[in-house]
Ligand binder design. Structure first.
Ligand code: ADP
Length: 517
């Protein structure tokens, strides 16, 4: 455990006064209410306020970010950047440790440029998925966003955390092209072609000249991203959705193996997600409406609830985006592949340009998915455990069985799904607990630790994790006695000599914290 450098009240006062001179007194929040906004609303800890920051500051421009960073470095006060703070299931707006100042980028919400021909946007971090969606509609720009299940968060923040969406552009980190970053020294850098004055190719060519650095600022604490180039998908002529359900739990591996060649060859470009029955049931109602017992919901109760709701034990959609004729042809390939592999029900629906977008597969603004956290009646907390699996039925099945068994051994329903990448599956599972039940909340934490350890013992690593388990997950990436962690530390110390940016993010601690520890 690292211990924190102490911030003296006098140093804090001086720092906040200096911040007020930069952003104006209305944009420094140091009172109880202001600080409370930066807690994890779904926290797995009894006292989320224990994590509260000292204050928050909300700049309006990259220049203001630079000025703030320089003062923080001078005073030795750590900053924790967030874009919109909707990192739900992974810590929300909360920092890793208390005793720091939040750098809230929500006011930097300009959509700087959208190019309809080239299909990109240049965005500031405060732009939400909903903002971008409405901007494109209002300006009649035929480009689509790609968004995660709820659309409250920041487009930039989500891409930096490598979030996923459900269109062909659903691997959000892969759409990033060119960043503007404030380094922990206050220096402003543009990556790729953005480093050349006058270049028009910043959001077009990902690499520039020499080493390419966009990836270094994702899931890291090496810089504060103030602008991002992001590729957007041209609105397709049509979409064709094949919605499928598998009647039996054990049909999953065959369905995964049926999808793999379609993904690897590019016939299916979006990311279908195989969700278990609970994942669908929980979007509709709370558990006691289906089954009123105690402990884990048994499989026969799940079978009955699924049958009554008209859903399968696994439910997923393969949606094709593009030209209508190509979609129709590819839909034949998809139907054949699945029908050969497994007993499956198909429901087809089609959308054509100009029709209601809610039926298109474009992520229209929605928060309804957040309802699932009240599965046990609420007030619900949740913790997301998301290991990567190779795209093979047998591997995914082993991971599923191991994970579900651990959930159930600790008294929790397994809630999960496998979202298809190109060559991997992102197994996103969620521990849902009642926050007013301290015993259950403690059990959720115990389960989470066990999940990480068991996964690592099987060679399964998480793609992302809750802020309070950064260290534990980082330590599972331990090849050559933790060489990757040492390299991260060396980069951290070089770029952030004063150790002020997001200490502990992804298990990367600045030197002064390591020495204190
Ligand atoms: P969202 O609202 O999209 O879910 P958050 O604002 O909660 O995203 O950000 C999630 C995490 O990503 C933050 O805790 C922070 O570590 C990192 N992050 C977000 N925005 C930035 C940024 N502009 N620069 C650097 N890191 C960021």
């Amino acid at each position: 455990m690292m211990s924190m450098p102490i911030v003296s009240p006098a140093a804090l006062r001086r720092t906040l006064q200096a911040f007020e001179r930069i952003v104006g007194p209305d944009h420094v929040y140091a009172d109880v209410e202001g600080r409370h906004g930066y807690t994890d609303a779904f926290s797995p800890f009894d006292d989320p306020a224990a994590q509260e920051p000292l204050a928050a500051v909300a700049p309006a421009s990259a220049e203001e970010v630079q000025a703030i960073v320089r003062i923080a470095a001078e005073q030795g006060i750590a900053l924790w950047p967030i874009s919109r703070g909707k990192n739900f299931g992974y810590g929300g707006a909360s920092p890793r440790i208390p005793g720091i100042v939040m750098l809230d980028l929500v006011r930097m919400n300009r959509i700087i440029e959208v190019d309809p021909d080239m299909g990109y946007a240049i965005l500031e971090p405060g732009v939400g998925f909903d903002d971008l969606y409405h901007y494109l509609i209002d300006h009649r720009i035929p480009l689509w966003t790609s968004a995660p299940a709820h659309t409250w968060g920041s487009v930039v923040g989500n891409a930096l955390e490598r979030g996923v969406g459900y269109t062909p552009y659903g691997e959000h980190a892969a759409q990033v092209c060119g960043l503007e970053v404030v380094l922990p020294t206050g220096e402003l850098v543009r990556t790729g072609m953005g480093a050349m004055p006058g270049s028009k190719a910043w959001p077009l060519f990902k690499y520039g000249f020499g080493p390419s650095w966009d990836g270094m600022f994702m899931q890291s604490n090496f810089g504060i991203v103030t602008k991002m180039g992001l590729w957007l998908m041209p609105e397709p002529e049509a979409t064709l959705n094949l919605s499928m359900s598998l009647p039996r739990v054990e049909d999953l591996p065959a369905a995964i193996d049926a999808l793999r060649p379609l993904k690897v060859s590019g016939v299916v470009q979006a990311n279908p997600s195989f969700g278990n029955a609970i994942r669908t049931l929980a979007t509709r109602n709370i558990r006691s409406s289906y089954w009123d017992g105690k402990g884990v919901m048994p499989q026969d109760a799940l079978d009955a609830a699924a049958a009554k709701a008209g859903i399968g034990q696994w439910n997923f959609s393969v949606r094709l985006f593009g030209y209508e004729k190509v979609n129709e042809f590819n839909a034949g390939l998809v139907r054949d592949a699945f029908a050969k592999a497994v007993k499956v029900d198909f429901k087809e629906s089609r959308w054509h340009r100009g029709e209601d977008l809610r039926h298109s597969g474009s992520p229209v603004p929605s928060l309804s998915v957040l309802r699932i956290v009240d599965w046990l009646g609420g007030p619900g907390g949740h913790l997301t455990f998301s290991p990567i699996s190779p795209f093979r039925g047998d591997e995914a099945w082993k991971q599923y069985q191991t994970t579900r068994a651990l959930y159930e051994r600790h008294g929790f329903d397994y809630y999960g799904g496998f979202t298809a990448g190109e060559r991997y599956l992102n197994h996103i599972t969620m521990i849902v607990f009642n926050r007013d039940d301290a015993e259950m909340t403690a059990r959720a934490r115990t389960l989470f630790k066990a999940l990480i350890a068991t996964a690592a013992a099987n060679g399964w690593g998480e793609y992302r994790t809750h802020i309070q388990w950064y260290d534990q997950v980082a330590q599972t990436y331990s090849f050559n006695k933790g060489a990757l962690g040492r390299m991260n530390q060396a980069v951290k110390d070089a770029l952030d000599p004063k150790g002020i940016l997001a200490p502990g993010k992804m298990g990367i601690w600045p030197r002064r914290y390591r020495e204190n520890g």
